[in-house]
Design a binder for this molecule. Structure first.
Ligand code: GLN
Length: 190
C-alpha cells in the first residue's frame, strides 16, 4: 500500500515517518502524475493560501478533485483540512472544495496560537495526542459528515466517507494512530 504526501509546502517528512510507522510506504508527491501511483494522499499543514496557490500552479486542483471523485482516500491536517473544505469562512473561494464542511481559519485566537492536548477520537481512543498550531476549526458539517472529535465543544476532526480531516497535527507526535486509521480507510477502498 502506497500513501502519498502532497509536498508543496509544510510538514511532509513528519507524515512520511508516521505512515511508515503505521505500516505503509510513504511517497513524497511533487508532481501531479504521481497521484496515479498512490492509493491515498495526505495534505499536510502549512499555510493554506500558499498550498492552494501552488496547487493551482502545478495542476493539483484538477488532479486531486479527480482523485477524490474516484473515491480514493484523502487526509487533510490543519491547513490540509482548509484545502479540503467546501466553505472557508470569510473567503469567497475554496481550494479543492471536496468535503462538506465549513471551516474558520486561525480559530483559536492569538493567546492560544499553539497548544497540545489529549483528545478523544471516535474509532481510535481516549488519549490521542494533538498539537494545534494556528489551527482552523470546523464550524459546521453537512449531512454525510461524521464528527470524530471535539475540543471544548468545537469540532476538530471529521470524516466524510473517503475523506478525513483534522484541525491538529498528528504528525508532530509519535502517536501513529490517526495514520493507522487512515490506512484502514485506504485498505477498505481496495
Ligand atoms: N493558519 C494556517 C492556515 O490558515 C494553518 C496552520 C497550520 O497548518 N498549522 O492555513
Amino acid at each position: 500500500m502506497k500513501i502519498g504526501v502532497l509536498a508543496l509546502q509544510g510538514a511532509v517528512a513528519e507524515h512520511i515517518r508516521l505512515i511508515e510507522k503505521a505500516g505503509a510506504e510513504g511517497v513524497v508527491v511533487k508532481k501531479r502524475e504521481q497521484l496515479a501511483e498512490v492509493d491515498g494522499i495526505v495534505i499536510p499543514g502549512g499555510e493554506s493560501t500558499t498550498i492552494g496557490k501552488l496547487m493551482r500552479t502545478y495542476g493539483f486542483i484538477d488532479g486531486l478533485r479527480e482523485f477524490s471523485s474516484q473515491g480514493k482516500p484523502m487526509f487533510g491536517t490543519c491547513a490540509g483540512l482548509i484545502v479540503l473544505a467546501k466553505e472557508i469562512t470569510g473567503q469567497d473561494e475554496a481550494h479543492l472544495g471536496v468535503m462538506d464542511i465549513q471551516v474558520a481559519r486561525n480559530a483559536f485566537g492569538r493567546q492560544r496560537e499553539s497548544f497540545e492536548t489529549d483528545l478523544k477520537v471516535k474509532g481510535i481512543g481516549e488519549d490521542v495526542r494533538a498539537v494545534f498550531i494556528r489551527a482552523p476549526l470546523i464550524e459546521s458539517v453537512g449531512t454525510g459528515v461524521e464528527i470524530l472529535s471535539t475540543y471544548q465543544d468545537q469540532i476538530v476532526a471529521a470524516r466524510q466517507g473517503h475523506l478525513l480531516a483534522a484541525s491538529f497535527h498528528p504528525e508532530l507526535t509519535d502517536d501513529e494512530r490517526m495514520h493507522a486509521y487512515f490506512l484502514d480507510m485506504v485498505r477498505d477502498t481496495r
